[in-house]
Ligand binder design. Structure first.
Ligand code: KIV
Ligand code: NA
Length: 262
């Protein structure tokens, strides 16, 4: 299948085709999601929560992002793989952020990187784009700033969010991701921008949607936010399957003859 590119995503927006994005952190999930036709795979620093069990994304390291990025790229044929710059590597100014972004692209083989921020990141975004690194700007709720923002809450400063989105587009970002933004705000920004918007907790007016895969699949064992649509309950399947395995080991019915060598 033809690979998803920045050009094909722009065309999708122009033709009113919605973009489907999900997070992926490993080879197996990347293979499954890619095969199922997800357009974009995000190696999100949400892996700090989903994979590592931390309360925030802040402890995630650059090496860890590169490692997970490599695993995901190996499993992906069609989708565009995007890797997050972890805290504080996306916020170190033009020179350092460019170095880190280039390293992430080089080591993982991803097609784009995502960093948090808009207007204040304009110079950085433009330097990355000049260097040949496609950039997604993450505006609205920026989880790496959770302590400064006073928690994970809906961002209601419509003017600021729009300024961030517009500045990111002007700086050359090929896509703007909006997190926890009122639907009307996200819709109006989406209508103003030439580049596609991807929403999470930002209503139906965006050009695309992203969710944390484990939340969407019903695999997450902790709190799941209100904006998540759970289209599966895989945790129940895991519990059931593991229960069956335990039982068959304990009652001696596993392994059978066919599952053994003679
Ligand atoms: O890290 C992540 O998974 C993200 C999405 C929630 C947008 O940034
Ligand atoms: Na993230």
């Amino acid at each position: 299948p033809k690979q998803v590119t920045t050009a094909s995503l722009l065309k999708m927006k122009q033709q009113g085709e919605r973009i489907s994005m999900l997070t992926a952190y490993d080879f197996t999930f990347a293979s499954l999601l890619d095969e199922a036709g997800v357009d974009m795979l995000l190696v999100g620093d949400s892996l700090g929560m989903v994979i590592q069990g931390n309360d925030t994304t802040i402890p995630v390291t650059l090496r860890q992002m590169i490692y997970h990025g490599q695993c995901v790229v190996r499993g992906t044929k069609r989708a565009m793989v995007v890797v997050d710059l972890p805290f504080p590597h996306g916020q170190l100014g033009v020179r350092k952020t460019l170095q880190v972004a280039a390293r992430v692209m080089k080591k993982t083989g991803c097609a784009a990187i995502k960093l948090e921020g808009g207007a204040e990141q304009a110079d950085t975004i433009s330097a990355l784009v000049s260097a040949g690194i496609p950039v997604i700007a993450h505006v609205g709720l920026r989880p790496q700033s959770v302590h400064a923002l006073g928690g994970y809450r809906v961002q209601r400063d419509a003017e600021r969010i729009e300024q961030d989105a517009v500045a990111a587009q002007q700086a050359g970002a090929f896509c703007v991701l909006m997190e926890c933004v009122p639907s009307e705000v996200a819709k109006s920004i989406t209508d103003k921008l030439r580049v596609p918007t991807i929403g999470i907790g930002a209503g139906a007016g965006c050009d695309g949607q992203v969710l944390v895969t484990h939340d969407m699949l019903g695999l997450t064992v902790s709190h799941v936010p209100k904006f998540v649509r759970q289209t599966g309950q895989l945790a129940d399947h895991v519990r059931l399957a593991v229960g069956t395995y335990n039982q068959s080991v304990r009652d001696g019915t596993f392994p059978s003859e066919q599952e053994s060598f003679r």
